[in-house]
Design a protein around this ligand. Structure first.
Ligand SMILES: [Fe+2]
Ligand SMILES: [Fe+2]
Length: 303
């Protein structure tokens, strides 16, 4: 074991540091559309040098909408998965049951927060933006994989959230304070999820055969491939949203450059930054021997 987390510790933190949706969004707390929403390490809009600064800011904001929408999407499969996991052993450990129920409750709260955010975005942005979905179809496809593979995908998402906030959001003073506040509050709760998901993956792996452990990494990569295909569609939708918002028609070469840059930007944002996280690699390799080498060989495609 290279990580030691306990249900008691996570439960205690979730009781001490909780926030309410209504304290974060609505009323005076408005998005400022004159500002950037995402750091450029995730948005990569500075590379679109054929756009002027205002156009790049609009692409950045469209990516900001997609960012929180994508979290809402994945939370729609995390929530039932966590509930199924806790339900299988309700009588063994009170702290475990309560910690997983608070995990599920926080994800339900995040889904609600990100829906509210989407309404505010759509009201303030000025033109409609396309989004992939529907969430329940995506959730069904992901949950059809082996539970160990799903738990690795969820662990990837939780560590990825930590990395984004700490590496590039926290110290970026150019971002809209309201958007940044949503990211900060989400990050605060996701650290507990990362710990619980580590415990969840360990518990699932303990009841798996060697063959199931071997295959779980391929299942995790299948889920990644499925999400990657959805994200490629989102990039096309984002370009259509940009064209609607600005009226700017890109030349064929500009369009190709936009799609290639943004395709790689979303690959890093949602796949590479999670797959290469040391804690994801550490847990995956401990539970599924050989996982690290396999994942490290694939990561460069998503950077
Ligand atoms: Fe969340
Ligand atoms: Fe989470």
């Amino acid at each position: 074991m290279d990580q030691h987390y306990s249900y008691e510790e996570v439960l205690s933190a979730s009781e001490r540091f909780a926030w309410r949706v209504e304290d974060l969004i609505g009323g005076e707390r408005r998005l400022d559309f004159s500002k950037l929403f995402l750091p450029d390490s995730l948005a990569r809009t500075e590379a679109l040098d054929f756009l002027d600064p205002e156009e790049r800011r609009i692409v950045n904001q469209i990516r900001g909408l997609g960012y929180l929408y994508t979290f809402g999407l994945v939370e729609e499969f995390i929530l039932p998965f966590v509930l199924d996991h806790v339900r299988s052993r309700l009588n063994e450990d009170d702290a475990r049951v309560r910690a997983f129920l608070s995990f599920a409750s926080e994800e339900a709260k995040h889904i609600q927060l990100f829906r509210r955010f989407r309404e505010e975005f759509e009201n303030g942005f000025g033109s409609p933006c396309g989004l992939i979905g529907p969430p329940d179809a995506i959730a069904r496809a992901v949950l059809s994989h082996h539970p160990l593979a799903v738990s690795l995908a969820i662990l990837h998402i939780e560590w990825m959230t930590q990395r984004h906030f700490l590496d590039s959001v926290e110290d970026d003073q150019a971002l809209d304070p309201q958007f940044k506040s949503l990211l900060r509050h989400h990050w605060m709760e996701e650290i507990r999820h990362a710990k619980l998901d580590t415990l969840m993956a360990e518990a699932i792996a303990a009841s798996c055969s060697e063959k199931e452990r071997d295959e779980a990494v391929d299942g995790y990569l299948d889920i990644g491939g499925f999400l990657d295909a959805g994200l490629a569609q989102q990039v096309e939708l984002d370009l259509a949203s940009f064209t609607r918002a600005t009226g700017r028609r890109l030349s064929e070469a500009e369009r190709e450059a936009y799609l290639a840059t943004q395709r790689q930007a979303v690959r890093w944002t949602y796949i590479g930054s999670g797959m290469s996280h040391p804690n994801l690699l550490g847990t995956a390799d401990r539970l599924c021997p050989g996982a690290r080498a396999k994942l490290e060989a694939i990561v460069p495609t998503f950077c």
